[in-house]
Design a protein around this ligand. Sequence first.
Ligand SMILES: Nc1ncnc2c1ncn2[C@@H]1O[C@H](COP(=O)(O)OP(=O)(O)OP(=O)(O)O)[C@@H](O)[C@H]1O
Ligand SMILES: Nc1nc2c(c(=O)[nH]1)N=C(CO)CN2
Length: 174
Amino acid sequence: MIVLGLGSNISNTVHTREENIATAIRLLGNHPRISIEKVSFLYETEPVGLKEQPSFLNAVIAINTDLPPLELLTICLATERQMGRVREVRWGPRNIDIDLLVYHDVEMTTTVLELPHPRMPERKFVLIPLAEIAGHIAVYKGKTAQELLLSTIDDSQVNVYGAINPSGQAATLE
Ligand SMILES: Nc1ncnc2c1ncn2[C@@H]1O[C@H](COP(=O)(O)OP(=O)(O)OP(=O)(O)O)[C@@H](O)[C@H]1O
Ligand SMILES: Nc1nc2c(c(=O)[nH]1)N=C(CO)CN2
């Protein structure tokens, strides 16, 4: 299974947080070598790490692709750029964040890409949507998202916010 994490905590009058997530899904799904297989609910989540920032909307998606991990990362970063993301504070506010969480059973640590995503076990905003779409699949050191949830130290709030239109119809890129 290949899983991406999506997050947004900046909205404006043109693009709401949910539109930002839907737009990212639509752009990724438009790639000729990527198909979107599953989309979790949207969750409203308390900021983790840097707490003094607006709450996030988070979701995860399962995709199918023959792109190798580094090429997939490049596409995720290009999609963020296409959506006008400006990198400022680490762990700070962003209109869109696309993380590569799981790429089958690949384990790698390079300066540009770590798999599986190393901070997954301490992020309920990832584990809860992951448990929803892939609860019984080993995602991190042989553990499922459900198992990781039982031992996570993260006690932040994560609440269902709504469903995403998987085709991203409601969202437009101006
Ligand atoms: N699994 C991964 N998915 C996405 N980016 C990764 C991954 N592993 C390493 N990176 C690197 O992290 C860099 C910074 O990513 P980003 O600015 O989105 O971090 P962040 O979202 O602030 O923090 P975090 O990595 O804790 O989610 C990317 O340019 C990428 O090279
Ligand atoms: N709730 C929540 N907190 C975060 C998030 C996020 O997506 N959701 N992303 C971060 C940087 O990757 C830091 N903190």
